[in-house]
Design a protein around this ligand. Sequence first.
Ligand code: AMP
Length: 415
Amino acid sequence: MTQSVKGMRDLWGTELAYFQFIERACHQIMESHGYQEIRTPIVESTDLFSRGVGSTTDIVNKEMYTFRDRSDRSLTLRPENTASVVRAIIQNKLLESNDPLHLFYIGPMFRYERMQAGRYRQFWQIGAESIGIASPESEVESIIMLFDFLTSLGLGDLSLSINSVGFPEERASFYVALKAFVKDREQAFCEDCRRRIEDNPLRVLDCKVSSCQTALTGHPEILNFLSNESQSHHEKFQKCLQSSRIPFLSNPKMVRGLDYYTRTTFEVLSSDLGAQSALLGGGRYDRLIQDLGGPPTPAFGWAIGLDRLVSLVMKKNISLPSKPRILLIPVGETMINDAFELARSLWADGHSVELETRGVPLKKSLSSANRKGHSHAFILGESEKAKGIITVKFLMTGKQEEWLLSEISSRILHI
Ligand code: AMP
């Protein structure tokens, strides 16, 4: 039998119900903060990511699903969505008025990564982008929304790590210091880091190999090499976080795996996620829009790993809001039309009702309802019809009641 592609999974049942619950909460919070949804294609021209994410990053070098289409164009399944959002706003001229843009997205991303728990080759991200504002306060506004969102899902105990990576031209003297530091201890670093220190020195700081992390003890810190403006931006950002009562930790090693970040970078980790502890990451990207052919425009954004968010919410036993799930069972061949009528009026009132149309004996319908997790069976036979009632069976307890047909819709609201 053909199996799904390695690292790509089907979603259904309880896990999918958690995805949908979180997606609904996301729509609510984003809309209340004035963020509008944007949907971009899953496939883009490969050069969007090599130019946007950076040709020396692991994502572009090792992890992209890139292929040629029938017209020999090089296309790539999006490994992240910020570059696509930026392409979309330039292409659709959404920046012309110079007003700030607040956008969010939910969708699958694709990276050919080594398989581990919590790491997939098709995974989902929720992201928010705040475009056109350079201030540290706009970063805190976005982070407040993020924390409001996570808190609304019942996740309170998450840690925020922050750093600043400045602008590319400010990094030159830092690279000289970092290169000298690594060269002095070259044998202690992995082969990848020995290569990275030449073509993308920042990436050495977030190498996942534990001996490299040990070898980095006492490394030069990027913040000390940044311009006064970038340092003061970072101080204002921290002050604003403090006055908004959002606790954070400074992490001079946190540089993120994408090259477009400038100044503020951040991550939220959860110890409950095990080895893949990063729940989300983000930062400022003041050069990306210009690099991709748009006008110089500051921007800030983040992306949450939805698969990891779902596993966290499920691990914490946060229960889903549940509506009664009803199976309406007509008993006897003559009752199906009455059942259709009743079901349609209940659907119109927004109730969740499944209709038994198999014409099987009542006992069989009731056992299916139990197995499928219905909460109630509504039984409608000739005798119920004659009395103008329905028999309601509470499937958890086996209790039975008779309800007047005219009162069903309002009584469902109270079960
Ligand atoms: P990034 O786009 O690399 O900044 O990642 C943002 C978030 O997406 C991470 O913190 C993870 O939660 C999630 N993520 C990234 N890669 C994967 C993956 N391969 N599988 C599952 N989640 C991922």
